[in-house]
Design a protein around this ligand. Structure first.
Ligand SMILES: Cc1cc2nc3c(=O)[nH]c(=O)nc-3n(C[C@H](O)[C@H](O)[C@H](O)COP(=O)(O)O)c2cc1C
Length: 352
C-alpha cells in the first residue's frame, strides 16, 4: 500500500487543465508526499511524455488521474441554446465560440498506456470504472483509487474492487467527481468532507484519502483524526512556482473571494471563485460535459491571455485565500509540521 510508504500523509491533487506539471508532481514525491499527474484533457501521447518527465525527476512514488467518460448526449439542443446566449460574450472578446463535441478523453488509449507502463497509483474521477478495468490495472502493478462524493458511490467503488477511496467533499475546488452529474443529486449542495468521512468510515474499512477545503496542517490533522489515511490538497498547491497555474488564476486564488459551484464553464458542476461569467451564465448552463467545455474554451483562453478574471474558470476550493506561495517541497514540509503540531495540541488538550 503506497499510503503506508509515504513519510508525510499528503497527496497532491491532480489538477488538470494546466496547473499540474511533471515538476510539481516530482517535487511533492521528493518531499515525501505522493505527487500526481492529471491525464484529463491530455492526449495519451502527451500523458506518456509527462509520465516520463516526472519519473526522471523523482525516485518516489507517483500517481496518475484519469477521467471516466460519460455517455454521449441524447440531444444537441440544450448546448445550441446555451451557445446562443454566449454569442455576445464571444463578440466582446473578439473570438468565435468553440465547436461543442462529445468525446471520451482518449479513455482506451490512456488505459492501454497505463497497462503497459503503470504508475504505482491510478486514480479515477467522474465515475467508477468497470471491475475488469480495475483488476487489469491491479494485475499490471498499480493501486486503483476511486474518487467518491457520496456514501453510495463509496460503496459502489468498494464493491468494484477499489484499493483506496478518495473522498471529495463539497468544499473542494474544481469539478465534482460525482459518478452522475445529476442536478437532483446535488440539490442539497453535496456532502461536506467531515460528514462524508464519518459516513463512509462507517460503511467500509478501505483506506480513505480526504479532499476538499484543506489548505493548512490543521486541516490535515482534522481529517487524520476523522479516520483518513492522508489528505489530498489541490488549491493549496496552485501558487507554487512548479505549478502551471495561469497568472490571472493565481491572483484570484491569493485574494479573498467567495466560491460557488457552477456548470457555466464546462457543463459539469465545479467549484470556482465567483466572477461575472459564472454569475451571468450559471442559470442558463445545461448538464452537458464535455460539450460546454469545448464551447467555452476559446473564451476562457482569451480571458487568460488578457488577464481578465471575469472570463476564466477560476477553479478553487473554499479555503483558497490560505494558499501559500512557496516552493512545493517547502509547502509539503511546512504542512506536515503544522499537522503534527495540531495533532499534538489536540491530544494534549483532550487526549487524556
Ligand atoms: C484547478 C483544479 C483542477 C482539478 N483537476 C482535477 C483532475 O484533473 N482530476 C481530479 O480528480 N480532480 C481534480 N480537481 C479536484 C481535486 O482533485 C481535489 O478534489 C480538490 O482540489 C480538493 O479541494 P481543494 O482544492 O480545496 O484542495 C481539480 C481541482 C482544481 C482546483
Amino acid at each position: 500500500m503506497i499510503l503506508e510508504r509515504l513519510s508525510v500523509p499528503i497527496v497532491l491533487a491532480p489538477l488538470a487543465g494546466g496547473p499540474t506539471t511533471p515538476r510539481l508532481a516530482a517535487a511533492v514525491s521528493n518531499a515525501g508526499g505522493l505527487g500526481f499527474l492529471a491525464a484529463g484533457y491530455l492526449t495519451a501521447d502527451a500523458l506518456a511524455d509527462q509520465i516520463a518527465r516526472a519519473a526522471a525527476m523523482t525516485e518516489g512514488p507517483l500517481g496518475v488521474n484519469v477521467f471516466v467518460p460519460g455517455r454521449p448526449p441524447v440531444s444537441a439542443d440544450p448546448v445550441a441554446a446555451y451557445a446562443a446566449t454566449l454569442e455576445a460574450e464571444a463578440d466582446r472578446a473578439g473570438i468565435g465560440l468553440g465547436a461543442p463535441r462529445f468525446d471520451d478523453d482518449q479513455w482506451e488509449a490512456k488505459l492501454a498506456l497505463l497497462a503497459v507502463d503503470p504508475l504505482p497509483v491510478t486514480s479515477f474521477t467522474f465515475g467508477c470504472p468497470d471491475q475488469a478495468v480495475i483488476t487489469a490495472l491491479q494485475a499490471a502493478g498499480s493501486e486503483v483509487w476511486v474518487t467518491v462524493t457520496t456514501p453510495a458511490d463509496a460503496q459502489q467503488a468498494a464493491a468494484a474492487g477499489a484499493d483506496v477511496l478518495v473522498l471529495q467533499g463539497s468544499e473542494a475546488g474544481g469539478h465534482r467527481g460525482s459518478f452522475r452529474d445529476d442536478p437532483a443529486d446535488n440539490a442539497g449542495g453535496g456532502f461536506g468532507l467531515l460528514s462524508l468521512l464519518q459516513l463512509v468510515r462507517a460503511r467500509t474499512d478501505l483506506p480513505l484519502v480526504a479532499a476538499g477545503g484543506i489548505s493548512t496542517g490543521a486541516g490535515i490533522a482534522a481529517v487524520l483524526a476523522a479516520g483518513a489515511a492522508a489528505a489530498q490538497l489541490g488549491t493549496a498547491f496552485l501558487l507554487t512556482p512548479e505549478a502551471g497555474t495561469a497568472p490571472v488564476h493565481q491572483a484570484a486564488i491569493a485574494a479573498s473571494g467567495d466560491t460557488a459551484m457552477t456548470r457555466a464553464f464546462t457543463g459539469r458542476l465545479a467549484r470556482g471563485i465567483r466572477n461575472r461569467f459564472m454569475i451571468e451564465h450559471d442559470a442558463d448552463a445545461p448538464v452537458a460535459y464535455p460539450e460546454v467545455h469545448y464551447l467555452t474554451a476559446p473564451l476562457r483562453a482569451a480571458g487568460r491571455a488578457a488577464d481578465d478574471p471575469d472570463l476564466v474558470n477560476l477553479w478553487a476550493g473554499e479555503t483558497h485565500e490560505l494558499s501559500r506561495e512557496l516552493p512545493a517541497a517547502d509547502l509539503v514540509t511546512l504542512l506536515a509540521a503544522e499537522a503534527r503540531a495540531a495533532l499534538q495540541a489536540a491530544a494534549s488538550a483532550y487526549g487524556r
